[in-house]
Write a protein that binds this ligand. Sequence first.
Ligand SMILES: NC(=O)C1=CN([C@@H]2O[C@H](COP(=O)(O)OP(=O)(O)OC[C@H]3O[C@@H](n4cnc5c(N)ncnc54)[C@H](OP(=O)(O)O)[C@@H]3O)[C@@H](O)[C@H]2O)C=CC1
Ligand SMILES: CC(=O)C(=O)O
Ligand SMILES: [Mg+2]
Length: 751
Amino acid sequence: MSKSRISREDALAFHLEPSPGKFEIKATVPMTTQRDLSLAYSPGVAVPCEEIAQTPETAYDYTNKGNLVAVVSNGTAVLGLGNLGALASKPVMEGKSVLFKRFADVNSIDIELDTEDPEEIIKAVKLMAPTFGGINLEDIKAPECFIIEQRLKEDCDIPVFHDDQHGTAVICAAGLINALHISGKKIEDCKIVLNGAGAAGIACLELLKAMGARHDNCIMCDTKGVIYQGRKEGMNQWKSAHAATTDARTLPEAMDGADVFLGVSVKGAVTQDMVKSMAPNAVIFAMANPDPEVTPEEVHEVREDVIVATGRSDYPNQVNNVLGFPYLFRGALDIHARAINDEMKIACAEALAKLAREDVPDEVAMAYGRALTFGRDYIIPTPFDPRLIYMIPPAVAQAGMETGAARRPIVDMDGYEQTLKARLDPTASILRALHARAKNAQARMIFAEGDDPRVLRAAVAYQRSSLGEAIVVGREADVKAKLEAAGLGDAVEELKVVNAAKTEYLGEYKDFLYSRLQRKGMDQQDVHRLAARDRHVFAALMLAHGHGDAMITGATRKSAHVMELINHVFDAGPKDGAVGTTAVLMNGRIVLIADTLVQEWPDENDLADIAERSAEVARDLGLEPRVAFVSFSTFGYPVSERAEKMHLAPKVLEKRGVDFEFEGEMTVDVALNARARAHYPFARLTDNANILVVPARHSASISVKLMQEMAGATVIGPILSGVDKPVQLCSTGSTVNDILNMAVMAACKVK
Ligand SMILES: NC(=O)C1=CN([C@@H]2O[C@H](COP(=O)(O)OP(=O)(O)OC[C@H]3O[C@@H](n4cnc5c(N)ncnc54)[C@H](OP(=O)(O)O)[C@@H]3O)[C@@H](O)[C@H]2O)C=CC1
Ligand SMILES: CC(=O)C(=O)O
Ligand SMILES: [Mg+2]
């Protein structure tokens, strides 16, 4: 079981770049003209205001209320870190907001309230409730959280849901249903010990008891030990409800012979001796975050028969409320629910448990880089399972409709499932699949520019993400100093640093280079300079000699220049069939643009080559290629000599009999918009194009950079293809993540 290491520096950099924090707000309506302004604001905005004043329900139609959730905290129980206060809880709350968006397309905003007074929180949330379709309370400590949630549920007509209580309870229940299924035990027979009598603990035990666990078989513990009948110290009414009739007074005593341990307390609360004392085929859910009560390694060191889950994403069996709150709210919002009731929660738990028992699609297993079959290491779906979005919310919505929580029932459940599927961002799964393939490849990646701190950080991330071995070209002392300056001093020992001047293979490399360049005006001295002093050439030579499996460069020099250098070692020029394809990712769409790197002014045959190479790249990305040859004219009009080659290129492909769709020439709107294409019913594309072959490199560069600068599109590439070995170039403006993504692309091509 591999555990990826995240350093403090990684975590801080992630939150700092590209802009502080984790999300921003974007307009969904045009805001460009005077007319837009008049509609969005005064006077046009008065009309929906009046409508809503007359019929409040129409707020769901004319405002973003119906898809907006507030994540509210006061920071008194931030994960398992304790009372860090409102401000310091903000990263977690922003995190919940981005999880809402990523997993269920729910818009959400974090609100941190600087008070520990329940009355103030109740008042604040009540006052803000009209804005939202739901309220997700988060990391508010017990027992205040019980009072706050109860009062708000009574007073608000939208779902108020304390995630740490019910989100956790739902996932814990789903996981336990399956864990007991595997260990062959019935919940009513199990001796259950729960450590942590706070928000999560009380809610988990309540739900398990509702599902059949017997009060007499359950023991709850807190900082004072076992909560037993008659205990006086550190009690409250919620704990009293679970006080056990038992002689056990400490956690170790309680755990002796237990079938199930549930931890929602703090790091390290459970020892290996306690694990040893549990019943055969015991179940341990160590859910404290970020560090569990006991790690899976510690458990497996002393017991092989135990089923272990944690709240973390880097171990199998992540029992974490991230599997619940996005989908519970999605289902609730879609029926304009008044509340999230117990039936909706139980429906969610059962749907999650059922999903884990179903066959796992290959792409999910691939994204995780391991087989996922229902069993000890897979008792609960993984957070990136794309089926969650269309399998869990319908179950929640159905339960809400059956129990009177729905203001607007869904009439067409099949249609609903389709709309849920459309909410998934396909680009995210593409990137994940690439990372999984790279992980399988375990490529030795040569990072040519070891003098650049971004490259070094990407190399460390490559190695620490278990993608393969990172080989850095540079001088040891310089690499060490730069890693230390980046706060990654401990990574010095992990990376393999290759100093060109010292390598034993330099002679071999120079001979190879001389044989290629002697008739191209280069003498021995030129070759020495290139091989020993130019890191791009040196890295390419390493790759050519099998001293690495793939290489990544281009972060410090213009790509055209780097291509010239690489051409000394590999045949990567326009006449060799090399092509650069750039992937542009935006609003859930992905479009490849080519050639962005090699061919400056391709003719129709080159354009056909570019289409073929880009089709291969598309397939590598998991896309079915649909090529459009784009220009300023569509199917011959307006007539122009300049567009002629775009008109001819499809005919070249026709003759070649390729196995993908293509069409042209056409303008970009015809390629990317079905309505525009409808004017040309003879066009052979069955759907929008996903590859745009453009007339020349300048138009390619302009299109990509325009999308990047004006629209904020994510750009991957140029992805170089048609070279004998996997070489990828990033651009001088690349971030650490961009460089890592390009390394991943290169690794995916390693055979
Ligand atoms: N995996 C997941 O999805 C989730 C995990 N959690 C985790 O659960 C933990 C608790 O969160 P939450 O319920 O919101 O917090 P609360 O502050 O509401 O409750 C914490 C509880 O833990 C008890 N506790 C603290 N230290 C110990 C200890 N050493 N031994 C026994 N009990 C202890 C406290 O006891 P006392 O009452 O005596 O003070 C209290 O009852 C956190 O680590 C959190 O990260 C929470 C939600 C979801
Ligand atoms: C996961 C979560 O909500 C917590 O640990 O508090
Ligand atoms: Mg929480």
